[in-house]
Write a protein that binds this ligand. Structure first.
Ligand code: GLC
Length: 422
């Protein structure tokens, strides 16, 4: 069985390969997305290491001078997606968006390097990527944590990678819509509107883009100028893990400077993350930096810190919270607690299960020795594939496939899970 599934997953990666980069899926997402690429590279790593490295290199070829790595690179024109380059107007030689996405690259580079069969190739790529990934991490702490709290904020929901999470509802409410351009959404031409964000949310997404554009995409100004500034524990945990992994890599490659800086960033991040812990929810919570209040929303963002080197007792508490979610949903891990009124099992990040998040949480919990919870997460992930194919995301109660189909990073995660099982 697993050989067949691995072959099907590989076929999806190859099918979505545009030569040097992959698209998340045909139609719905016709460009290169940042964290999709880094996680998808892990899938390629199992059968074509050169191609895996190329995926990440291509992404970093489009890194900005200030260190930011954009959330989308628009390699080709395609009017099947909104908002395209004419809305972003970032003035890049190859157009990109002007915001970023979860910093999973440092983790992916270490994993590819550690597992490499072709050591010379891995060494070459790791050496060239090391300073670029470090520059991105420095950018984060400089531009998204100007007060030096140890935690970075996102300034647009799309940066989190969890576009329409309940976590952003209150903060997004405060984003105005006056002067927002008139536009036609394209996502709902490719996917069921009931699985997608609402028009009211889209107005605010676009307003923020216009606002940042009016400030010339100057990252030294955007954080303070954004009405939307939220500290996401999941986003920070991914960055902290990446800093840790980059520090490890820098040690191996003998770059003392980057090693020291990365380890220090990770250590500060871990200490600061503790301020987001909430006993009552048994998980971390987002913090709305613009108004200075915690966001009392039990979503997957607060479980993702398992991916970073949090204290063991915190990892154990997260595992117990996930175990409880496992009694409420047939398939772990729902992106929002099914017992809340706002839960919506088919709508993107407001309930559905996503294999990439399952993968990162399972990876962290395995390190913390939470094997039973890890087994359940991995088994549920593979069951979803067996029953519903390689979808973008799944209803965690019915298992219904949602969003786009033949999805690149879903396929990559399946290869990762099945290879782990062996
Ligand atoms: C959606 C997801 C985001 C992902 C992108 C491409 O916007 O929310 O996390 O990177 O699609 O797959």
């Amino acid at each position: 069985m697993s050989e067949e599934v691995i072959n099907a997953a590989r076929a999806i990666l190859i099918d979505n390969d545009r030569g040097g980069y992959t698209v998340p899926t045909k139609g719905l997402y016709p460009f290169q997305w940042n964290w999709d690429s880094c996680l998808s590279a892990l899938g390629f790593g199992h059968f074509d290491e050169a191609r895996a490295w190329a995926e990440i290199q291509t992404l970093f070829d489009h890194q900005w001078e200030d260190g930011m790595v954009p959330h989308i690179v628009f390699h080709e024109e395609d009017d099947g997606y909104f908002p395209g380059p004419s809305v972003w107007q970032t003035g890049r030689p190859v157009p990109t968006t002007g915001i970023t996405q979860p910093a999973v690259a440092g983790f992916a580079v270490r994993r590819l390097y550690e597992r490499a069969q072709d050591k010379a190739l891995a060494e070459e790529h790791a050496r060239s990527l090391l300073p670029k990934v470090a520059a991105w991490h420095d950018w984060f702490y400089r531009c998204r944590d100007p007060e030096g709290s140890g935690l970075v904020a996102i300034i647009h929901p799309w940066e989190s990678g969890r576009d329409n999470s309940v976590d952003w509802d209150a903060a997004l409410e405060r984003v105005p819509t006056v002067g927002v351009m008139s536009f036609e959404r394209r996502d709902i031409l490719h996917a069921n509107p009931a699985h997608r964000p609402t028009n009211a949310q889209y107005d605010r997404y676009v307003w923020l883009v216009q606002h940042f554009r009016s400030l010339g995409w100057d990252n030294s100004r955007l954080h303070d100028a954004s009405p939307f500034r939220v500290v996401d524990p999941g986003f920070n945990a991914i960055l902290i893990r990446a800093c840790d992994d980059l520090g490890w890599l820098a040690d191996k490659l003998g770059d003392k400077d980057i090693a020291e800086r990365s380890h220090a960033q990770a250590a500060r991040g871990i200490t600061a993350l503790e301020t987001l812990w909430n006993d009552e929810f048994g998980q971390y919570l987002c913090y709305d930096r613009a108004v200075g209040v915690p966001v009392e929303s039990p979503s997957i963002g607060g479980l993702l810190p398992a991916f970073a080197a949090i204290p063991d007792h915190r990892a154990a508490a997260l595992a117990r919270t996930i175990d409880k979610l496992g009694q409420k949903a047939k398939y772990l891990i729902p992106s929002h607690d099914p017992e809340t009124a706002v839960y919506d099992g088919a709508r993107y990040w407001r309930g559905p299960a996503w294999l990439i998040v399952n993968y990162m949480i399972a990876d962290g919990l395995a390190r913390a020795g939470e094997e039973a919870t890890v087994e359940r997460i991995v088994n549920d992930s593979l069951l979803l594939i067996e029953e519903s194919g390689f979808a973008e995301y799944y209803d965690p109660i019915t298992g219904e496939p949602c969003g786009g189909g033949r999805f690149t990073w879903t396929a990559a995660m399946v290869i990762e899970f099945l290879t782990r099982e062996r």
